[in-house]
Write a protein that binds this ligand. Structure first.
Ligand SMILES: [Zn+2]
Ligand SMILES: [Zn+2]
Ligand SMILES: [Zn+2]
Length: 140
């Protein structure tokens, strides 16, 4: 997991200035469990503009510390990432919990798709929706 110190160190290593506003956003993000939107964070960092919150969250996403999750209703949310690289999510439609898959499970398919279409695939987004084990058990 990420903590404030390690994130600040990584931002500094990339020559980003650690402004009070950025620090407030990173702190607010780390305090959240589960997923959250840009506006959730805006509401928790009084005095920091929405654009700064958005840019900081975008930066953290690009550095692999946050990941973006597409929810079943089509809205985009963020969560603190447990995996550095590209990965996929299992999103529970009942309790809204999100599990991260360790690795990309589509890589074989991508090779086939590229060969059959001649398309150079540069990215993809794949999320899974359903009911988590805890929710399945509580129904049964
Ligand atoms: Zn993730
Ligand atoms: Zn669930
Ligand atoms: Zn993938």
């Amino acid at each position: 997991m990420h903590n404030l110190k390690s994130i600040v160190q990584r931002l500094e290593a990339r020559k980003y200035r650690i402004t009070p506003a950025r620090l407030a956003v990173v702190t607010a993000v780390l305090e959240r469990s589960g997923h959250f939107s840009v506006d959730d964070i805006v509401g928790r960092v009084p005095g920091v503009g929405r654009a700064t919150v958005f840019r900081t969250m975008k930066l953290l996403s690009e550095m692999g510390m946050l990941c973006r999750v597409l929810l079943e209703d089509g809205s985009l949310s963020y969560r603190v990432s447990r995996h550095q690289g590209h990965h996929h999510h299992l999103v529970c439609v009942s309790c809204a919990s999100v599990q991260e898959l360790d690795a990309c499970i589509a890589s074989d398919m991508l090779g086939d798709l590229a060969r059959s279409t001649g398309f150079q695939i540069e990215g993809h987004w794949l999320e899974f929706f359903g009911r988590c084990a805890a929710c399945r058990n509580s129904v049964a």
